[in-house]
Every structure is written in C-alpha cells, then in structure tokens.
Design a protein around this ligand. Structure first.
Ligand code: ADP
Length: 568
C-alpha cells in the first residue's frame, strides 16, 4: 500500500525534491543557530568581539526564513498537483466501470472518495514526507552535535527518547484503523444524503424530513466519533513525545549539572546541549505527525484503490457512418444478475429482422428491460447466443456495438443543461441540419418554439421544465441523432395524455421506416400496428406474432389486450 501511495508522487518527484532541499537548507540554517549562540556566549566570557557570531546568527535567521517560505510554496503546489492527478484517475475509472459494479456501489460514497479521500493525499505526500525527511535529518544532525558535546548526556537522552518512541509506534496502527473508519463513515454520510436528495419530493410528501435528517445526522455523528478516536490516539502520541523531551530535559539537567559541578563539563556545553535537546522537540513532533498523516494517507489510498482495482470498460466510439438497419437474434439466452440471484432469463429465443417495428410485451418482471440491458452489454449473459447484425455481440467491439444502438431508458432521463446539450449528448458532431430534422421527427418543434431561449434554454435539474411526454421525445431525439442501426425504446409507463401518446406513436412508426425499432410497450395501443410482437412471461418468450394473430392464439396476450381496452 505504501508503494501505491508513493506512485502518486512519481510524476512530481523532481519539484518535490527541490522543495525538500529548500526545506533542508532552512533546517540547516536552524540547526546552526544553537552553535552560533554558543559562540556568542563564549565571546562574552573571553572578551572577544561579538560582531562575527551575531552577523552569522542574523544571516542564518534570514536565509532560513526565505528558503523555508519558498520550499513551503513548492510543497503546496505539488500537493494540489497530486490531488488533481488522483481525482483525474479516479473519475476516469468511475465513469468506465461496468454497470454491474456500479449497481453495488452507492453514488454518495463514490462522490466522497473523489472529493474527500483524494484531499487526504495532499498533506501526507508533500509536507508529510518532506517534513519527515527534514525532521529525520534535523534529528540526526542534533544528535551528532550532541554527541560532540557530551557522550554521557546523549546516552541519557536517547534512552528516554527510544522508550517513548516505541510506545508511539504501537499507537500508529490504531490511528490508521480509526482513520479508515472515519473516512468510511464520511462516505456513508454521503450515501444517505444522496438517497434523501434523490427522492426529495417523496421525502417531503411522506413527511419524512425529520427522519431522514436523523439518518444523515446519525451518519455524521458516526464520522465524528471515528474522528474523535483518531484525535484521541493522535493526542496520546503527541503527549508521549512531549513527555519524552521533558523527561530527557530533567535527566540531562541532573546528570549535566553534576558533571559541571565536578568540572568535567563546561557550562556553555551544557547550555548548548540543552538547546539541542529542545531542538529535538519540533522534529520529533513532526515525525509523529508525519507518521499520523501516513496512516491517513494509507486509509485514503485503500478507499481509492478499491475503485481503481475494479475492471474498466473500453469507452464507446462515435457513431458509425453507416445507418443500415440491423436485425437481432436471441438464441436460448439464460441470464441472472448475480450468482446468488434467481435467473431472469431462462432460454429466451426470438428473432427480429432488420428494419420495422417489433414490440416486446408481457407482465412486469417478465425480463423485457433485461433484454435491452443485455443488448447494450451492460451485463453479460451466461448462456446462449445474442447476435446483432448477424454477429455475436461478444465479437463486437463494445464501442462499435453501443454506437450501433440507440437506447431510450424507461425514465427517459434529461440531464441538467440546455435542451441543445441534451439533444447532442450522444452525437456531439451532429450538424444543425441533423438537429432540426431530429426535432421535427420527434415533434418537438412546438416545444422549441415555446421555450424562451429555444434550444439554448436550460431545462433544469433532471429536465423539470419539460413534461413527461416531452422528456421522452427529447430522449428519442437524442438517440436518433446518433443515427442508430437499432433503436431500443423502453416506453415509459407514465400515463401520457392522448395528444402526447398519438405523437409518440407517430414518431415510432416513422422511425421504424428507417431503422430497426425494438420497443418495450407497456401500453398496447402503441403496438397494435407493430410488424411483430414478442410476448414474454416469466423470463421466457411465450408467443410471437402480429396483434391480430396473438389476439386469436395467445391467452395471455388477449388478457393483456382486454385489460387495456384494445379488444372487447
Ligand atoms: P420487465 O422489464 O419485464 O418488467 P425486467 O427485465 O426489468 O422486467 O426485470 C426482470 C427481473 O430482473 C425482475 O425480477 C427484477 O427485479 C430483476 N432485475 C432487474 N434489474 C436488475 C438489476 N439491475 N439487478 C438485479 N435484479 C434486477
């Protein structure tokens, strides 16, 4: 995991080294100060000029300040670069995941990994590492200087520091565990908040505000509790180091005082030694802080890696030049959404020739939408063969397959942004002419004329400014602009008014003259004129035929038709 953590630094290592060196020079300047102070004191005693040592002291202070500031800026800069890199990689992976993996993950938790966990990498990988290296250097430097002053006192100091340092080391794994829990709790908070925001109207209509607030607040409290655990362990580590230095100070003062009294040690050396001892405080503190940050970074990397280790799909390529309609064949297809889930398709077989309108009908849960999900290869079927245009879909490059298909989801989602952005979402390079044509074909001219800024009107979050029928036709226009060779249309169950329903029927019939249209029809009125109807039930195909044939032969279809007032 430390290797993963270090991988984030690799692109920035040069600037990090420069920043680190500047920090180091700053430290050296700081390290020289007690020595210079000793000269000042010695100069006092020996009646020498103090100008030299004083000038040296001032230069050390000035150089130390300037160099440290420069080094610090470089560090922060690198930190921002590291966060940017981590976010890019994470988002890149997130949008290429398989649908099946995304089904399992919670959007709010994913969000917190991009926004929160990446931020944690910043301090650990810059200040954390550089300060730790700088501190280690200062520590070694101070110890060497102390060794030159008095070996006995050094031994006393090291003994105390090592004992308490070992105790701190025991605390570190606990900090990492608590930190990881804390970040998970933040992710969980994101997930429950996302749930409430997704169903905002339902929350309000159900009078569930208080309860949802409670759920989110509960998650926030868990995050706080975990954070407190981290704080507790961190404080303990901090107090241990503070104690180490204090105890070392007392011991050195006692032993050193005795040695001064016996004449084996000069007073100036004892003073310098004690000053160096206090110089240990900062680097030891920074080393402990660096170790704590490392634990945070490791916890963050673990959460980021969880996503980055999931397999990615190749991204879809732009629409192909040919718009030749393709046919579809399902042959004994068996499919389940997960190994532990019931089979959704067992032996689905049907054939759709190129061109024309084919409807999939059947009771809810029969597996109709799953047919579309398999065609788009959102999921992989386990048995049987699915061909599109006579070619097994497993042999199609995924990008080409998806480019050949137009897909209109049941909820016909409209994205925040302008109407134009929504229409061009799947075909960025469509011409103005294509756009006009798609609008006319989907009977959206009225809508464009009505909107205050026409195509450039923002349609609001999830298209709230559009009616259900309009949203659906926007989604169809979007799919058509991709010039699909097969249009998959999951017709919304929402009740459309008579005008909108008529329009939809016209649009579908017209599109079916140019390409293959496979529509999941929840309302039989839109499919009575389909070229063929596939009746599905319980994960299999029950019958295939035209409306008139099916009314004659198939009980289920007749029943479905009867309940929808298509036959008396
Ligand atoms: P239909 O479109 O005919 O109503 P679906 O294909 O949507 O039927 O669903 C068939 C079955 O598959 C249902 O029992 C449903 O619960 C299940 N199902 C649908 N989507 C998923 C999914 N993403 N994960 C797990 N099960 C699913």
């Amino acid at each position: 995991m430390i290797k993963d953590l270090l991988a984030y630094i690799r692109p920035h290592r040069r600037i990090l080294v420069i920043g680190g060196l500047l920090g180091l020079i700053g430290s050296i300047a700081g390290l020289a100060m007690p020595l210079l102070a000793k000269y000042v004191v010695d100069a006092f005693g020996q009646d020498r000029s103090m100008a030299g040592p004083l000038i040296g002291l001032s230069v050390a202070v000035l150089v130390g300040a300037v160099v440290s500031a420069g080094g610090n800026y470089l560090m922060e800069r690198t930190g921002e670069g590291i966060v940017l890199g981590a976010r890019r990689r994470l988002v890149d992976r997130m949008l290429r995941l398989k649908v099946a993996d995304v089904d399992r993950l919670k959007p709010g938790d994913l969000m917190s990994r991009v926004t929160g966990d990446t931020t944690l990498l910043r301090s650990v990988l810059t200040n954390g590492i550089v300060n730790s290296i700088g501190s280690a250097f200062m520590l070694v430097g101070a110890i060497v200087m102390m060794a030159t002053m008095d070996g006995v006192l050094l031994l006393v100091t090291l003994l105390v520091v090592v004992v308490i340092g070992g105790m701190t080391g025991l605390i570190m794994p606990r900090i990492q565990r608590a930190q990881q829990d804390a970040q998970e709790a933040v992710g969980e908070m994101g997930a429950v908040l996302d749930r409430a925001l997704q169903a905002y109207r339902t929350v309000k209509a159900s009078g569930a505000e208080e309860r949802e607030i409670g759920v989110v607040a509960g998650a926030a409290e868990r995050a706080r509790d975990r954070g407190l655990q981290v704080a507790g362990w961190t404080s303990l580590a901090g107090v241990a180091t503070w104690m180490a230095v204090q105890i070392a100070f007392l011991c050195v003062l006692g032993v050193g005082g005795a040695r001064v009294a016996s004449g084996t040690l000069e007073v100036s050396s004892l003073i310098a030694f004690l000053l160096y001892l206090f110089y240990l405080v900062a680097p030891i503190g920074q080393l402990v802080e660096g170790a704590v940050q490392l634990q945070q970074g490791l916890a963050a990397v673990k959460r980021i890696k969880e996503i980055e280790d999931l397999p990615a799909e190749p991204v879809a390529v732009p629409a192909s030049s040919t718009a030749e309609p393709v046919g579809v064949r399902f042959e004994d297809v068996a499919f389940r959404y997960g190994d532990d889930r019931p089979a959704v398709h067992h032996g689905v077989s049907f054939e759709v020739p190129p061109g024309g309108l084919t409807a999939l009908v059947g009771p809810s849960g029969a597996g109709k939408s799953t047919v579309f999900a398999l065609l788009e290869r959102f999921y992989e079927h386990q048995e049987g063969t699915i061909t599109v245009g006579g070619r097994d879909i497993r042999d199609w490059p995924l990008g080409d397959l998806r480019a050949a298909l137009g897909y209109v989801e049941q909820d016909a989602p409209v994205l925040a942004g302008t109407l134009r952005e929504n229409l061009l979402f799947a075909a960025q390079d469509a011409t103005e002419e294509d756009l006009r044509r798609a609008i006319t074909r989907t009977r959206l001219d009225d809508l464009v004329a009505r909107l205050p800024e026409g195509l450039d009107t923002a349609v609001g979050h999830r298209g709230v400014l559009l009616s259900g029928g309009e949203r659906q036709r926007v989604a169809i226009a979007r799919a058509l602009l991709r010039k699909p060779r097969l249009l998959l249309l999951d017709e919304a169950t929402s009740q459309l008014d008579a005008v909108n329903e008529l329009r939809l029927r016209e649009v579908i019939a017209e599109v079916a003259t140019e390409t293959t249209v496979l529509v999941i029809a929840h309302r039989l009125s839109t499919v009575t004129n389909a070229d063929r109807i596939v009746v599905m039930e319980g994960g299999g195909v029950r019958a295939v035929g035209t409306h008139d044939e099916l009314v004659g032969h198939d009980d289920l279809y007749r029943e479905l038709a009867a309940t929808q007032f298509l036959v008396s």
